[in-house]
Ligand binder design. Sequence first.
Ligand code: PHE
Length: 326
Amino acid sequence: MKNKIDEIRELFETDLAAAGDAEQVEALRIKYLGRNGLVTGLTRGIKDIDPADRPAFGKMINVLNKTVKTAIQEKQNGQAGGKSVDSIDLTLPGRKPRVGGLHPLSQIREEIKQIFGRMGFAIVDGPEIETDYLNFEALNIPKLHPARDMQDTLYISEELVLRTHTSPVQIRTMQNRKPPIRVIAPGRVYRRDTPDASHSPFFHQIEGLCVDENISLGDLKAILAAFTREMFGEGTRIRFRPSYFPFTEPSAEMDMWWESSKGGRWLELCGCGMVHPKVLENVGIDPDKYSGWAFGAGIDRIAMLKFGIDDLRLFFENDIRFLEQF
Ligand code: PHE
């Protein structure tokens, strides 16, 4: 065994002296220290030695291993050294780390939260996997009610759905807090839609809810008018159109006048209305004493208008070239 160790050391010295360039030194490293290298082979052979002799030989092999490693490293450094020190170009610009930013939808969501925050609204949320009861029934949409057709739903089971709107957060809030209530609930919602420029199987809504004594449609109108002006500018025009939702009565659709190069038109911005007395009853709030309003607006819609984006899918493709423009 001792002979073998000496033999390999001598062979290595000859080889090392002969290795001229980086490639040859690398071949040398593999020959001695690689997976099937000569020194590696010695280490593996230890287990075949008489246990009494193992410590002594182990030590010798370790010394050889270290010698070979250091010699190769020194030779490699020597080869690279002279070259690399000279080749640092101090005039090159530094490498800039990439800095991330908020997704455009998050930016708009934060802006909306701030506007409503200034008007005294708290922020609440709820789960995206929701019970059929909270997504529909508590909102006055019983099973088999035709209004269910308004929202093509992704069911997880008989009793669980991917929430089709943020309105179930209305119910969750009213179950847990008593009036006065003034909250907004931003979040992701899901519908069975095929993606195109204006549809996606998931998108984002923001729910607003206000319940107190003597709350009227006038309050809803004032708050939404203030919101649109803050979001889109002082002169923004809005209008309310009668509509239908099972959980509000009366119900309305709020539109905003939108000027573009192709001329102006009314754009639907959110559904809204006075919280239906049945809904208040469902959560144990006395509809004779309290009244409230609610709205649900599309965050993606607002972001598309604000940023002048004509294809909803761009938000979800995660193309850095798109995202870094915001
Ligand atoms: N949840 C309704 C929708 O998604 C919008 C809405 C919210 C309407 C609150 C009225 C009140 O279409």
